[in-house]
Design a protein around this ligand. Structure first.
Ligand code: ZN
Length: 150
């Protein structure tokens, strides 16, 4: 047994943006630009990935690193303020954190089931369970705080 085998492999379940196939993405090799097993096009993990309402549950349950989901809408001003902050966060934590975006206009039933009243709402999931939540535009320091919270 090596030390490595005792560690949980870092994996994410993500849908390919091109062919829409669900993939198990090896985040330990995130820096090597993982590609879709079906169409061989890349997963871009240094920026937030768009996910659908149908995929949310599966993505947060099957991804072994924390998942920060930005529940946003295109018309929302504070969401636009958050976008570059989330881009930066994703780029700083490639392979350690999955940053995802979910369009609340496209999936209103998801917002309702999660009790989301304002956007942006940022929910951090660990092991498929909500661990922290922030509503409204927040500074990068607030996101960093969410990541270290137990
Ligand atoms: Zn593909």
């Amino acid at each position: 047994m090596t030390d490595e085998s005792t560690m949980t492999p870092r994996k994410a379940t993500l849908r390919c943006a091109f062919c829409l196939k669900l993939n198990r993405v090896d985040l330990d090799r995130a820096a090597d630009r993982p590609v879709c097993g079906d169409c061989a096009r890349p997963f871009l993990l240094d920026r937030p990935v768009k996910i659908s309402g149908e995929d949310l549950d599966r993505v947060v349950r099957e991804t072994t690193v924390p998942v920060l989901v930005d529940f946003y809408a295109d018309w929302c001003g504070p969401c636009k303020i958050m976008a570059p902050v989330l881009d930066e966060l994703a780029a700083d934590h490639v392979g350690e954190l999955l940053v995802a975006k979910l369009d609340t206009d496209a999936y209103p039933q998801v917002s309702a089931s999660l009790g989301i009243r304002g956007i942006p709402t940022l929910i951090l999931y660990r092991g498929g369970v909500e661990a922290a939540r922030e509503t409204g535009a927040v500074p990068r320091s607030a996101l960093d705080q969410m990541l270290v919270a137990p």
